[in-house]
Write a protein that binds this ligand. Structure first.
Ligand code: AMP
Ligand code: ZN
Ligand code: FE
Ligand code: FE
Length: 289
């Protein structure tokens, strides 16, 4: 009895609509899931509706892009209040900054390859959080490369001359924002070396101090040695340990439910969400009229 707590739809850089994604999840034997599109909660309502239709439990989620210079960190937020103005302001900015950055990458590419910004937009759903995967899809569509993964190891890799970074929030600040919005922050694929530099113990400890609740240890991008290292850290600070696929549909080799999280752990996450929301709705000062 388990959940897949990290999946993407076309509202960011997955390749399936929320409806298609939930239908596939229902066929996997999972009892629940989270939709964690990058920097958006646009799919929550649809995910909840389709989850109910399939008799699945839905835990609302989002993946926040964070960075410290060249170090990229992804933070999962579960159950935060969707109307939190600070977090909303932040993700609006993040999506805009991602878009501007993608335009600059396309500008550079267009000096050598026949690719336009319109070609990239044609690969993304309206309002979707734009990322390198959409540029990759446009390159595939134009027969410049064969697969998304080829783009990530070549033209769109961080070492590529076409690569442009984007401004992202400091991971400690992101943890603070998620907490203030009543969410449960869990660090995504903490030791994904395949993506470049990874967070140090010191940085993870700073995030824990700011309220980080857990680590996504069971993820294909964390190797065995790193998993053991992370488990020790989790034990030391009594952190929640999750496992997820980080499914992007056809866009990435990750398969749905290849790693999962037991129901008991999800209950612990939900309990923290409940406590956070109670705190947020308790009046700080009682007014006397
Ligand atoms: P960006 O956020 O624009 O820098 O692009 C990186 C994102 O692309 C990550 O969140 C990855 O999950 C996603 N991605 C999707 N498909 C792939 C792929 N085939 N290889 C690597 N990353 C991918
Ligand atoms: Zn992604
Ligand atoms: Fe990620
Ligand atoms: Fe992800």
């Amino acid at each position: 009895m388990s959940y897949d707590l990290h999946t993407h739809s076309v509202l960011s850089d997955g390749t399936q609509s929320v409806e298609e994604l939930v239908a596939e999840i229902a066929g996997c034997g999972l009892i629940g899931f989270s939709l964690t599109d990058h920097d958006t909660t646009a799919g929550w309502r649809s995910a909840q509706k389709h989850a109910e239709q399939w008799g699945l439990d839905f835990l609302p989620g989002m993946e926040i892009s964070c960075a410290i210079g060249p170090l990229s960190v992804h933070l999962l937020s579960y159950g935060h209040q969707q109307n939190d103005s600070v977090l909303n302001e932040h993700i609006t900015q993040a999506r805009t900054s991602r878009r501007t950055r993608a335009q600059r990458i396309v500008q550079k590419l267009s000096e050598t390859y026949p690719i336009t910004w319109e070609d990239v937009l044609a690969q993304a759903s309206p309002g979707a959080t734009i990322g390198r995967p959409h540029i990759a899809d446009a390159l595939v569509n134009a027969n410049i490369i064969r697969t998304r993964s080829e783009a990530f190891s070549g033209l769109l890799a961080e070492r590529s001359a076409y690569y442009v970074p984007y401004r992202a929030v400091h991971p400690v600040e992101a943890v603070t924002m998620v907490k203030a919005a009543g969410g449960v922050p869990i660090m995504a694929h903490p030791r994904a070396r395949i993506r470049g530099q990874v967070a140090s113990a010191e940085l993870i400890e700073q995030m824990i101090e700011a309220g980080l609740n857990g680590l996504e240890i069971y993820h294909r991008d964390n190797n065995e040695e790193d998993r053991n290292w992370l488990k020790k850290l989790a034990q030391k600070y009594d952190l929640i340990i999750t496992g997820s696929s980080d499914y992007h549909g056809a866009g990435k080799p990750n398969r749905l439910a290849e790693n999962t999280t037991p129901t008991q752990t999800v209950e612990r996450i939900k309990e923290i969400i409940r406590q956070n929301h109670q705190k947020n709705t308790t009046p700080q000062h009682t007014q006397t009229i």
